[in-house]
Unconditional design. Structure first.
Length: 367
């Protein structure tokens, strides 16, 4: 099987088992000893350090406002198979949701709700460059007899005064988003923090009464550019390859090009993987399955123009056919790839959206 990456012998990667999707439902994770040594996939190589059992793993949240928000974001950015939508407007390949740490105490004082919050960014990978940071919160929350009206104050280090933060845009589906990029500098150490105060007031008709209801904590979104998100090699100069191959193929003698009409079975084949079958579905939220596909089959003796094969492969096929049969034919390998978007819960309880480049084979060629 032609895969875009060399394979490692990491024990955790033996968890990969190709299972037809029709058999993947309602099955428990397979015991490690029963898994065959199958080729690993680039996406699983990228995800395996986040898998359960890794050092420092903690069970993350499975519901709540932050997860619902990120699921909505994911569905706007990708389809059910994880393919990024052409219309997406995220402006980056990585979005990390950081949840707040509260400072305890009784937040309610009469009609007022006051809660000090801190967001910690320790351990952010150095390859993730911060582009923008926003805090997302609900500015208004309906109760039975009243309404909570909320705002955010920035707590500056060493200063008694606080800065009232204003939303950068009109609320979307009830959510307001405040840009805090100027107040958050990670620096080279990739360590930073942000202190806020969540302030709400209960407003309603006279005589109305609602039991104190704590609004959900605002959460921090880090819009990051992961310079290593493309973990598989990109297709090498496709435009140049088409030009060179076309020139060489058309320069071959007519009687050789006529033999190029031979049919080839070099084509894409399905390779479905279910995250539930791997036991990863409690932390990989979307997509539920991954079909990277692969290329398999015999290349024709003479490569046609539409194979987009490099000149070297054209010459190799020519030598195999007419000069030395011991020279192998070119191999059937992926030619063009597409990315996949993944939504996952991190070990610290954060939620991560990430686009991985070159993870799904879209077409094949011969090399």
């Amino acid at each position: 099987m032609a895969m875009p990456y060399p394979f490692t012998n990491h024990l955790l990667l033996l968890l990969l088992l190709v299972v037809p999707l029709s058999q993947a439902a309602n099955q428990s994770p397979l015991p490690l000893g029963s898994l065959p040594a199958v080729p690993t996939l680039p996406l699983l190589q990228a995800l395996q350090t986040r898998a359960p059992g890794s050092p420092g793993w903690q069970v993350g949240p499975t519901s709540g406002q932050p997860l619902r928000y990120m699921l909505n974001l994911y569905r706007r950015a990708a389809d059910r198979e994880g393919r990024p939508r052409r219309s997406r407007s995220l402006g980056t390949n990585t979005i990390r949701l950081v949840q707040a740490s509260s400072h305890g105490g009784q937040p309610w004082a009469g009609r007022w709700y006051l809660q000090a919050l801190t967001y910690h960014m320790e351990g952010q990978p150095e390859v993730e460059h911060l582009l923008r940071a926003t805090v997302v919160y609900l500015p208004s929350l309906s109760l039975a007899h009243s309404r909570l009206l909320c705002a955010l104050e920035l707590v500056m280090a060493g200063e008694a005064s606080r800065v009232l933060l204003s939303p950068t845009a009109h609320p979307r589906h009830g959510w307001a988003e405040v840009d805090v990029t100027p107040y958050l500098v990670l620096g080279n150490s990739s360590v930073g923090s942000l202190a806020l105060r969540h302030v709400c007031v209960r407003a309603g008709r006279a005589g109305g009464h609602d039991a104190p209801v704590a609004p959900g904590h605002p959460f921090l979104l880090l819009y990051l550019n992961d310079t290593q998100a493309g973990l598989a090699p990109p297709a090498a100069e496709p435009h140049r390859r088409r030009r060179d191959t076309g020139t060489l193929a058309h320069d071959l003698p007519n009687y050789l090009r006529e033999q190029g009409g031979e049919k080839s079975d070099c084509s894409l084949r399905p390779f479905p993987v279910s995250f539930a079958q791997l036991g990863w579905d409690h932390w990989i939220i979307a997509p539920h399955r991954y079909n990277p596909r692969y290329c398999k089959g015999t290349c024709p003796h003479l490569l046609r123009y539409d194979f987009h094969a490099p000149n070297h492969a054209v010459v190799q096929g020519f030598v195999h056919q007419l000069v030395d049969a011991s020279v192998p034919r070119p191999s059937c390998v992926p030619y063009r790839y597409s990315p996949i978007s993944v939504l996952m819960i991190e070990r610290n309880g954060g939620i991560l959206y990430k686009e991985y480049e070159n993870m799904i084979a879209e077409s094949c060629t011969c090399r």
